[in-house]
Design a binder for this molecule. Structure first.
Ligand code: GDP
Ligand code: MG
Length: 437
């Protein structure tokens, strides 16, 4: 699926400290391929990666502290932009405000009509009226009645009338006369786009002039969803998209394409069959979901916030002059600890939480290390080479640890200093990784 493919694309960035211009290009090529596989139009995918590349070059990604993560963030931001940037509200200005549902049969119009009515009633203090304009299936009126009953919203229907335009118009009159301030018109759909259905919804649309025309689409239908959206938009010039059935492991690649092809905002998502399973659409959250990045982005943001560049520069100098000692090591640990506790951090790394499920992670994983360092004298911290067997025994005793633990820390410290020297880059930028081996 899309997420796995993007994972592959980002692997190179997440796994390696160093990035070259070559693997930026490679990664973006993979990102483009993943977008194409997810039914994103070729031109959109191409433009997308071109924009990310431009931004990456503009920001000098290659020389920053965490180039891979910065690139991940750029991709995510661009994806957010592609899906509409900001959260789009719905227009409730009319008296009453009329909302027309459109979409294929089975897309979730009737269910969503109920969810929206429930949402407006409970969260926005509105008095909605549901209108049954699906005149073809005998069970349709009944279905809407069941929905209406479950949320305590009145349903307007005319079982004998076969003219949806009249029903909708009568419903609006009924709403005006009875103090309803929102009218939600549920319509009939077909299994595929056909002329008769389009003519009918166009007639209803022209007659009632809704404040909001919403196009409801099943997020599992891939490229078809895009074609359907285009067909409906050509006729109705709708105001927004509702993406249903976004529960389970649907990644919602359709969201990307639809937004770019019809250039209309996605307003809500449906995430289940229950009336409460409705969410306002947040482009940034959707971008994360599509990328399957877990909370990598917020992890990166936190890391960037906490990482003191001044500190990093000082450290770099020390490494260069061979003056890196246990006090600096301690500072690094505190830096990492500031980012959150170990469990939280591990949980944010995609895949890691699953892999680590059975491993008990101590929140205070650094406790022993800190205790050992605190038991060293200032001169020992500065010049670890001084620490001989006798000193080790004293340190172990003072810190309540075993001499093996002191040895282990010395070894880790040694490896880390060597590695830092080798990198000659911004020092200690990923202490955790090095300590974990
Ligand atoms: P309509 O023909 O467009 O009115 O579609 P319906 O509202 O009758 O929905 C068709 C089917 O999809 C029904 O079985 C609904 O319960 C189901 N459905 C609608 N929205 C969602 C959703 O967000 N998640 C899931 N899992 N099922 C949904
Ligand atoms: Mg229906």
């Amino acid at each position: 699926n899309l997420s796995e493919k993007l994972d592959k694309a980002f692997h190179i960035l997440k796994g390696h400290g160093k990035i070259t211009e070559v693997n930026v290009a490679d990664t973006l090529k993979e990102v483009r391929r993943a977008l194409l596989d997810a039914d994103v139009n070729f031109k959109i995918a191409k433009d997308f990666t071109a924009r990310v590349k431009d931004k990456a070059i503009g920001q000098d990604v290659l020389t920053t502290l965490q180039p891979g993560q910065l690139l991940v963030k750029l991709v995510k931001d661009e994806l957010t932009e592609l899906m509409g940037g900001d959260v789009a509200g719905i227009n409730l200005q009319g008296t009453p405000s009329v909302i027309l549902m459109s979409g294929l049969q089975g897309s979730g119009k009737t269910t969503f009509s109920g969810k929206l009515a429930n949402y407006l009633q409970t969260k926005k203090n509105k008095k909605p009226l549901l209108v049954a304009c699906d005149i073809y299936r005998p069970a349709a009126i009944n279905q809407l009645n069941v929905v209406g009953d479950s949320i305590g919203v009145e349903v307007y229907s005319e079982p004998e009338n076969k003219n949806p335009v009249e029903i909708a118009q009568n419903a609006i009159k009924h709403a005006k006369a009875n103090g309803f301030n929102v009218v939600i018109v549920d319509t009939a759909g077909r299994l595929a786009v056909d002329q008769e259905m389009m003519d009918e919804i166009a007639r209803v649309h022209a007659a009632i002039k809704p404040q909001e025309t919403l196009f409801v689409v099943d997020s599992m239908t891939g490229q078809d969803a895009v074609n359907t959206a285009k067909a409906f938009n050509d006729i109705l010039n709708f105001d927004g998209v509702i993406l249903t059935k976004l529960d389970g492991d649907t990644r919602g690649g359709a969201a990307l394409s639809i937004k770019s092809v019809v250039n209309k905002p996605i307003k809500f998502v449906g995430t289940g069959e229950k009336m409460e399973a409705i969410d306002v659409f947040y482009p940034d959250r959707m971008a994360e979901r599509i990328l399957g990045m877990g909370d990598v982005v917020s992890l990166v943001e936190r890391a960037q916030e906490q990482f003191d560049e001044e500190e990093a520069r000082k450290l770099q100098k020390k490494i260069a002059k061979n003056e890196f000692g246990f006090d600096d090591f301690l500072t690094q640990i505190q830096q990492v600890k500031k980012m959150g506790n170990m469990k939280d951090l591990v949980g944010m790394i995609p895949g890691a939480s699953k892999a680590m499920k059975d491993v008990e992670i101590e929140d205070d994983a650094f406790k022993h290390i800190e205790a050992i360092i605190y038991s060293m004298t200032p001169i020992e911290r500065k010049k670890p080479a001084l620490i001989d067997v006798k000193r080790k025994a004293r340190i172990a005793k003072g810190s309540g640890t075993k001499i093996e633990q002191v040895n282990q820390l010395m070894k880790q410290f040694d490896q880390m200093s060597k590695m830092m020297k080798m990198m000659q880059g911004p020092g200690g930028k990923n202490l955790m990784k090095m300590m974990g081996g």
